[in-house]
Structure formats: C-alpha cells, structure tokens
Design a protein around this ligand. Structure first.
Ligand code: GDP
Ligand code: MN
Length: 376
C-alpha cells in the first residue's frame, strides 16, 4: 500500500523526525487560506508517483494569491496517468543541499537495507545508473537494528557533510524505526534537505507498506481506503482479486499468480498483447468469477478473454458455474476461450457444454484460438 507524501510525513512526524507542518487541501480556496497563515509556501501534488517536481507538480508561491494560482494549475493535473485531487501546502524551505536516504525491505538479503547518497532530489534509480558508486547500501541486521556506529559509518561513506552527521543520524535511526514499526517495504526521504540556516528537514516522504502486514496495523486502515488510484484497483481489492492493467487486448483470468503469468507469457509469445493480469486466487467462488469478468469487460480494449483454470483448492466446476453466471448477468460481446483442468474438470466441462464458450486443452491452444478469432 503506497502512502501519499503527507501520510508518510505523518508517520515520520509521529516518529519524531523533523517534518514540516503542512496542510492538505483540495481546492485553490483552501490553498490560499493556508498560505495566508504560512507566508511563502510550497504547493505539492499528492499522487502515488515520484518525479512530481519535474512534472510541474511542486511549486513555490510567495503570496496567497500566487499560491491560489499555482493550486489552480496543480489540482486536476495529470502526473504519470494519475489525476491530482489533493495538494500539500507547507512553509517553503530554503534548500541548500539535497541528500537521499531510504530503507528498503530487501528480499535477497532478507533485511532492511539502508541506502544513502549525497546526490539527492533526483530519482535514485537514475543515480543508480549514472553514479552507482555514489550510493551506499548497508543491510541492517535485525538483531541490532540501526545502531549509531553503523549509521556513523554510513553517513561518512555516503559523503554527507560532516557538519550535519550528528543531526542526521537520529533521523536515520527513526527512519529505520518507522520502517519496522509500520512493516514498510520502503521508506524514503528524497530530498533530505539541509536549509540555508543549517536545519535538517524531511522535505519529501515516500512510504510503501507491506499489504500482507496490514492486518497488524489497524491504525493504517484509514489510509487503505485512500490508497487506490482508480476504481479498478479498489474493486479488485474489495473482491480479493489481484488486477493489473497491462494495456493490450486479450483479457486474461486465472487462478494463481504463476498460472496467470505463464498465460501472459504464452499470449505474448503468440504475438498477442495481454490486457491485464487477473488472479482470482485460490478457492474462488462463482461470484468472484462474475466480478472478474465484469472488470475485464469494463476495459474497452478487450477483444477476447482467456480463462486458464487449474483446479486444486479452486474447483473447476465452480469456475465453470461462474463463467456461465457471468454470461447470464452481462452482455459478453467478445469470444471467451476456456482451459479447465484439475479438480472437478469433467463436471466443469459438462457445465460449459453447449454454451458459446470455447473449450481448449491448454494455454497454447487458447492463444492460437484467440489469434484466429481476433485477427482472422
Ligand atoms: P518529487 O519530485 O515527486 O520527488 O517531489 P519532491 O517533494 O522531492 O520535490 C521535488 C523538488 O522540489 C525537490 O527536490 C526540491 O528541490 C524541490 N522542493 C520540494 N519542496 C521544496 C520546498 O519546500 N522548497 C523549495 N525551495 N524546494 C522544494
Ligand atoms: Mn522527492
């Protein structure tokens, strides 16, 4: 679950980190009002994407009128396909230096890895390409956490100005504590700013929480409702489906992430473009199949649908019932190719017999049939 900058900053502030006190606004009026109390402000688009600065979503305004004008531009703006509905208004900073500090939950080392760079304010992915040796990475041993001696070495190796080491080390310690306390996949400060008057400030916050750990964090529940970038993502989450839009024309539904990925590979290998990834998960019921079909059909690009069902915990007959129910409940105008195998496959086939669904023996055949149907 990705958090907006202001939500990440709330977590960081609660952790005692030096975060500016801002106001979240949804209208130019509110922004103007906030600016009246703050003086010179920075108005920042709140979307689940980085590079907002480059996209024109972060602007400094000297007067309330200017803040309003800037807000009028930013609210409603499109940044990487996401519409800006909210902005964060903060007292503007006089930034002298920008550093990068992040902690990522690293699968390979099974640890939180601290990443520091004296090159901040730009995408760390870019730094990793242009100056990989300018990024310090340290896997933190969970038994010791982020002790000062490790952090001291890290800020030294990163080339942070020694004047600020003493101030920055507690910020990094709390960044680590925030990651642990919230089961984060990523916590990032970019830029970690040094201001003209020598203050260390968390000028940006990026936080991604492990979805599988959300049950341990009822305090984060309010963020959940807010975390979906579009209706599809929300619907999918509500139904327990995993949906990712891919932009092609072949809808793909399967039970199990591996099965769906394999289907996508075969679709691609046959020169077709998948419209989506959709995993209905293990033990799905007919109702979820109906929902899945309706989600796929809401994408106007979809010209055909492939079902790839391998019955295990999920029963093939239950899936077949779902497919038939979907057909009864909505107007499916595209061909639907179905591969059913495994638990209750015979019963499933019977249910589909005589229907207009096209049975196939395997995924390769499914892709070939779709190709004929769509292109020929
Ligand atoms: P991002 O582009 O999405 O990562 O958004 P950031 O919050 O990092 O803002 C981008 C850039 O805007 C930063 O690297 C800063 O250079 C600048 N910036 C952000 N906040 C302020 C601020 O309060 N004052 C000033 N002067 N610049 C800011
Ligand atoms: Mn940033």
């Amino acid at each position: 679950m990705k958090l907006y900058e202001y939500q990440g900053k709330d977590l960081f502030r609660a952790q005692g980190m030096p975060v500016p006190q801002g106001i979240v606004a949804t209208t130019p009026d509110e922004v103007e009002g906030a600016a009246r109390d703050m003086g010179r402000v920075v108005v920042k688009a709140q979307v689940h994407a980085g590079g907002r600065g480059k996209a024109g979503g972060v602007k400094v305004a000297g007067t309330p009128a200017e803040a309003r004008a800037v807000a009028e531009k930013i609210l409603g703006m499109d940044i990487k396909g996401l519409t800006v509905h909210k902005v964060l208004v903060e007292p503007a900073l006089d930034i002298k230096t920008e550093y990068y500090a992040g902690i990522v939950n690293d699968r390979a080392s099974k640890r939180f890895v601290l990443m520091l760079s004296a090159i901040g304010g730009v995408d760390i992915e870019d730094v990793a390409v242009t100056d990989p040796d300018k990024i310090v990475k340290i896997a933190l041993d969970p038994a010791f956490g982020a002790p000062d001696y490790v952090l001291r070495q890290a800020v030294y190796d990163a080339g942070y100005d020694p004047t600020y080491h003493r101030t920055i080390i507690p910020v990094l310690r709390e960044l680590y504590n925030a990651a642990v306390a919230n089961d984060a996949m990523l916590v990032e400060i970019n830029p970690l700013a040094i201001t003209g008057d020598g203050k260390v400030v968390v000028a940006d916050a990026k936080v991604d929480i492990d979805d599988n750990a959300l049950y341990r964090h009822p305090d984060l529940a309010p963020y959940r409702e807010d975390s979906f970038d579009n209706d599809m993502d929300r619907q999918a989450a509500e139904q327990g489906l995993t949906y990712v839009h891919l932009g092609g024309s072949v809808g793909v539904i399967g039970n199990g992430a591996g099965l769906v990925m394999q289907t996508l590979d075969v679709v691609n290998a046959n020169g077709l473009k998948p419209a989506n990834f959709l995993d209905i998960g293990g033990g799905a019921q007919a109702a979820q199949v109906v929902k899945a079909v309706s989600m796929i059909l809401s994408d106007p690009e979809v010209k055909a649908i492939i079902f790839n069902i391998f019955g295990g915990i999920t029963r093939a007959d239950e899936m077949a019932k779902g497919i038939v129910a979907a057909d009864e409940q909505m107007d499916i105008r595209v061909p639907v190719v179905v591969r059913l195998a495994g638990t209750q496959e015979e019963a499933g086939r019977k249910i589909l017999e005589g229907s207009r669904f096209i049975p196939v023996a395997n995924v390769q055949e499914a892709a070939e049939r779709v190709k004929e149907l769509v292109t020929g």
